[in-house]
Ligand binder design. Structure first.
Ligand SMILES: Cc1cc2nc3c(=O)[nH]c(=O)nc-3n(C[C@H](O)[C@H](O)[C@H](O)COP(=O)(O)O)c2cc1C
Length: 203
């Protein structure tokens, strides 16, 4: 997806994602769709090629997320947000992650809370509007062989079956909520600017 023209403001939102086996792409696309009436959306995958990383400075808000591997975001997204921590700290930002823990029971919820707090600690200068986890997919075919074998063994213990656990309507609802939160934050910025420089900010 490139830039969307079907929006009612001149605000620009950057939606970023990293994926290992492909399923977080659909999550990010769903988030982008949930925001497209509010802002012009740029959707971009963050991979190891730093040359392709967009500078978030030209955007009014950013949503960034990644699949979880071994309790962490994928390396490209972790490095991206650290590289642009200061630029991101000055605008509304929301984070998300996709994982299998949220496809399971209570133990999974506890793991998801740990992922959330890991993300917050990764970039302490950023005060995110929200950090949200979504259930992802379990697709052995998409994994390299050397990952597939130990993963199957681990999933035998949890009892989780191969399948798609993404809930696209939950994801779209979350995106709509972020869109409303961003609009409020932009409004507050205008208000603050008016109070600081009353003569220069148009009413
Ligand atoms: C090597 C590997 C490690 C993973 N580690 C975790 C983990 O620590 N916690 C978790 O909840 N899910 C874990 N997962 C599950 C993925 O987060 C889940 O399958 C996600 O939907 C993958 O998204 P992607 O297809 O965009 O890479 C792991 C998956 C793989 C392949």
């Amino acid at each position: 997806m490139g830039r969307e023209e079907n929006h009612s403001s001149n605000k620009k939102v950057l939606v970023l994602f990293s994926t290992g086996t492909g399923s977080t792409t659909r999550i990010a696309e769903t988030i982008a769709r949930g925001l497209q009436d509010t802002a012009e959306i740029t959707l971009k995958e963050i991979d190891l090629n730093r040359q392709s990383w967009p500078d978030p400075s030209g955007f009014d808000a950013v949503i960034a997320g990644s699949a979880i591997r071994y309790d962490r975001w994928l390396q490209p997204m972790s490095e991206y947000v650290k590289s642009f921590e200061m630029e991101l700290a000055s605008k509304p930002v929301s984070f998300f992650f996709s994982c299998l823990s949220l496809a399971g029971g209570q133990a999974g919820q506890n793991s998801a809370r740990k992922y959330e707090s890991w993300i917050r600690k990764l970039v302490p200068a950023i005060r995110p509007v929200d950090v949200r986890g979504f259930a992802g997919t379990l697709n052995y075919k998409a994994m390299p062989l050397w990952v597939r074998m130990p993963f199957r063994a681990a999933m035998l213990i949890t009892g989780l079956r191969q399948g798609d656990y993404r809930n696209l309507s939950e994801i779209q609802d979350w995106a709509s909520g972020q869109s409303r939160a961003f609009s409020r934050a932009w409004q507050t910025d205008v208000q603050n600017a008016r109070e600081s420089f009353p003569a220069q900010v148009p009413g």
